[in-house]
Design a binder for this molecule. Structure first.
Ligand code: SF4
Length: 291
């Protein structure tokens, strides 16, 4: 497999074959993100991708899941993406699901019928980074999407029958916007009603624009218990039909896995107990936190 640069994938794709169909992120300007810094964006040719699929199918049998990297592979024009998905189906006879990262604009460039075609060709889950439901925070982090676009994108994925997994970032609004960020993020998630939510905590990567904001005091990060307070407020504001909400990413101080709506109240009780005791021993130790 010919991978270019560092490869990122969602935690839930740990056992998947990672197939790099694009290199980098076509946007690459979110202020907190260093994932594809210095990596020029390009869409790989079908021949390059085909070679990797051929190679993977020859040495690894029984592949059931594939994740299409990099940053926003859904930006590949429809015909090219269908061609890759169809070839995967042809070569991997046990294939059950293909996943992909997307941003809101990639999704909105596709009609529901096009997303349905992708689903029929095997695309089973789209991972969408929302980060915050607060207008000012989205602007500040240069997310390149409005609240309305994010909600429409999420709903469009759901309408097509593809699973929707959304990530949000605790701490991204700083102390100043902490409460508004948590409330508004709970609300936007409810509007989107995704099947999966992953709440991560902001970890500041050297060299990113957000690091400068912190160094100059323009952004003050919440404390670990401040982040847990955000988690509480966010969950309080979440109303889902059926969602698996996880804060078990390595960046978080309090790992939780919550089936909503059934386990929402129990999770809130647990969070409130941690906030009441304010005992650092209840948190994931700093040295175990990672991106
Ligand atoms: S769209 Fe995603 S991958 Fe691209 S810069 Fe923003 S957070 Fe990073």
């Amino acid at each position: 497999m010919k991978y270019e640069g560092m490869i990122f994938r969602p935690p839930s794709e740990a056992d998947s074959l990672i197939l790099q169909v694009t290199a980098g992120c076509s946007y690459n300007r979110c202020t907190f993100c260093s994932a594809y810094q210095g990596k020029a964006f390009r869409i790989k040719s079908f021949e390059e991708v085909k070679e990797d699929i051929d190679e993977a199918s020859s040495y690894r049998s029984g592949i059931q899941r594939v994740f299409l990297a990099d940053g926003n592979a859904l930006t590949i024009p429809q015909k090219g993406l269908v061609r890759i998905l169809d070839y995967l189906k042809l070569k991997l006879d046990r294939l059950e699901r293909v996943g992909i990262y997307a941003n809101a604009k990639d999704i909105l460039q596709k009609e529901v019928s096009e997303l349905e075609d992708l689903r029929r060709s095997g695309l089973g889950i789209i991972y969408l980074g929302v980060e915050s439901g607060n207008r000012e925070v989205l602007k500040r982090i240069k997310k390149n999407a409005t609240i309305d676009q994010l909600i429409r994108a999420g709903r469009r994925v759901k309408e097509s029958g593809i699973l929707l997994s959304v990530t949000v970032l605790l701490g991204i609004g700083g102390v100043e916007k902490s409460k508004a960020h948590a409330e508004d993020t709970g609300k936007i998630l409810s509007e989107m009603d995704p099947e999966f939510v992953g709440a991560l905590s902001l970890m500041v990567v050297p060299g990113t624009p957000i690091e400068k904001e912190i160094e100059t005091g323009r952004l003050i990060l919440p404390t670990p218990f401040g982040l847990i307070q955000e988690l509480e407020t966010m969950i309080e504001n979440c109303q889902f039909t059926q969602c698996f909400f996880a804060s078990n990413h390595a960046s978080n101080y309090l790992p939780l896995r919550i089936r909503m709506p059934e386990e929402k109240e129990e999770a809130l009780r647990r969070i409130r107990e941690v906030l009441r005791r304010k005992d650092p021993a209840l948190l994931r130790p700093e040295f175990l936190r990672a991106l």
